[in-house]
Design a protein around this ligand. Structure first.
Ligand code: FE2
Ligand code: FE2
Length: 270
């Protein structure tokens, strides 16, 4: 991590001050996601440290990577001519609710869904980004968050295996969280477009559709988790199971192995 630094030698160029403000809003949202990921990962590492030191070490490294992203984003926001800003009311409510989650499997599931929409947004933003420093920042985030998706599926399986209480109730709770978070995240694209579209130029429909596809695809192949999206949800977003299954799974062991050695990862825009 320490060997990889941002090249911010050239000044940031924006055609309007609104575009700059949108860029600052975009990367502030990224900053908050990193901060939340870092805290949750380290809290979970502490919680499992005694029973499962290997899992704890893995969670700690993962949290450290989010901390590294957070520090890169702090430099990057300054380069944009902005800074880390206090959260708006909606974002604050979202993270506050999330911070109240207590069960590890619920926390990991929500986090995994955040990682999914994060990597999706960064990859889509790469389509239009032209400034080399912006591309570098987005490429780092796309590469690492894409790896965090299968990594968190591993954490989710570990959390489910060590969960106590009635397993049937836990499955029902996870399914309810998955479906509610799915709808909330797709709905959140409207607010994010108001703030960030002038910078990332992702149309509302494209972003909403990409979130729905990626979040639906997550668990389609993972029968043991019992978290496949309901047929009703797929229909509501005009998605077909067979078409989704034709795309490679973002959470397979293959996907994880392809992403594990960051120097060999080629990040492609959608
Ligand atoms: Fe991150
Ligand atoms: Fe992440």
């Amino acid at each position: 991590m320490n060997a990889e630094t941002l090249d911010l030698s050239r000044p940031a160029v924006f055609t309007t001050s609104d575009e700059r403000a949108a860029a600052i809003a975009f990367f502030n949202a990224a900053y908050r996601a990193e901060e939340s990921g870092l805290r949750q990962a380290h809290e979970m590492a502490d919680a499992v440290a005694r029973e499962d030191p290997d899992l704890a070490a893995c969670l700690r490294l993962y949290g450290d990577e989010e901390g590294w992203h957070r520090s890169l984003l702090t430099q990057f926001l300054a380069w944009l001519g902005g800074s880390v800003r206090p959260m708006g009311p909606t974002t604050r409510t979202f993270y506050r609710l999330y911070a109240r989650a207590e069960r590890m499997e619920s926390i990991v599931l929500v986090n995994l869904m955040f990682e999914t929409i994060g990597s999706t947004t960064y990859r889509l933003a790469l389509r239009r980004a032209t400034q080399p420093a912006v591309r570098q920042m987005l490429t780092i985030l796309t590469r690492d968050e894409s790896f965090h998706v299968p990594l968190n599926v591993h954490f989710l399986r570990a959390a489910i295996a060590r969960a106590d209480g009635d397993p049937r109730r836990m499955r029902m709770r996870l399914r309810a969280i998955y479906h509610a978070t799915f709808v909330a995240l797709v709905a959140s694209t409207a607010a994010s477009r108001r703030r960030a579209k002038l910078f990332d130029r992702i149309p509302t429909r494209v972003l909403g559709r990409a979130y729905a596809e990626q979040l639906s695809r997550l668990f389609l192949d993972e029968d043991d988790l019992g978290l496949a999206p309901s047929p009703f949800l797929l229909r509501a977003f005009g998605l077909g199971r067979d078409a989704l299954l034709r795309a490679p799974s973002p959470v397979s062991l293959d996907a994880a192995e392809r992403a594990a050695d960051r120097e060999n990862v080629a990040v492609a825009a959608y």
